[in-house]
Ligand binder design. Sequence first.
Ligand SMILES: Cc1ncc(COP(=O)(O)O)c(C=O)c1O
Length: 419
Amino acid sequence: MHRFSYRNGRLMCEGVAVEEVAREVGTPLYLYSYNTILDHFRKVKSAFSPVGALVCFAAKANSNMAILRALAKAGAGFDVVSGGELKRVLRAGAHPKKIVFASVGKSIAEIELAVKTGILFFNVESAQELERIESVCRRLRRRQRISLRVNPEVDPHTHSFITTGHRASKFGIDRKTVIKLFQRTAEFPHLAFEGLHIHIGSQILEARPFRAAIERALLLVEEAKRHGVTIGTLNIGGGLGIVYHKETPQTARDYAKAVLPVLKRSGLKVILEPGRFIVGSGGILVTRVLYLKSSHGRQFAIVDAAMNDLLRPSLYGAYHDIWPASANGRLRPARYDVVGPVCESGDFFAKNRKLPKLHPGDLLAVMGAGAYGFVMSSNYNSRPRAAEVMVRSNKWYVVRKRETFEEMIQSEKIPPFLR
Ligand SMILES: Cc1ncc(COP(=O)(O)O)c(C=O)c1O
């Protein structure tokens, strides 16, 4: 349940009118509901409390410092995938022993930073990476816990770009190689092989693939024992789906109900890495209609946000609901392609979408934009990045100011021969 709803015909985020923030901050603008995000974090935490799970928010989904800080204060751990994310979550107040580090391509500098920080686990994605972590730990004279990320070869029935646990995926290590690595632990005296990690994909709507992947991972835990390796922690990844359109995803409680019996029986410590579930429906992208035009029978609503602000529709053909910020007296609907100003045909938010009759200047909210929204934004077409605002009850706070033209070009340099 999110906290965006209409009051007297005005779209509200908690107790704040979306129009009011847009008028003061301008558009395009990301608007986050603090209480929605916290509520979703607490839902996962409490659903998995019977196994005392550590919930590590996947910072890639939304790494705004205010959101990271809010979650850190609520007791969240973090799943990071780069040195930049690691630095962000530390700056936001994360406890090092609540940080896990995934990514198929960790650099030496990133490994060194994470070892010195004293993170809980590296989620290791290849034999070569394991060797590299060992050599960094040897040089630093440190011992480090690691989880092997096993590819469980399970199809989670989601978009192919966000499927990560099948055979052809670049993610994880296949079962045979994992077993070979269990046989080689003596070669890694600075590493403690204490965990297994799985993450099968994102926007997964049912529990079955999760349960299948967990059961496969537990077989490997048994196999590890036969090689003298005691796995004490299972990281079951993220992937919980949310409502974008007409989906009926499992709740955190449904998910827990389906997997807790096996997890409890295993006696293992449990880590989860949800991203989308925590922040997805807690954010919207607010945009203003610039122009309307019709062409060959199609009606276009050209808005001031674009694919550089929210890439998901262009990248995955993702569906996002679009709500008008004001619902007064707009009963005659029409169909629109809602498109941005960027010079790409893929720059759209909706196709042939039924909306109340629009006028230039109208404000629209692209719903469910809190996850994989701002974090994927770019300066394509030299468009400065949008502002981000957090609402808590009836107060709002700019948590990232709109980028200026000067900020956008500040790292660029003209070489002397062109001056
Ligand atoms: C290793 C890992 N953990 C967690 C997540 C978060 O997934 P979601 O946002 O679907 O919960 C991802 C997403 O790509 C991931 O790659």
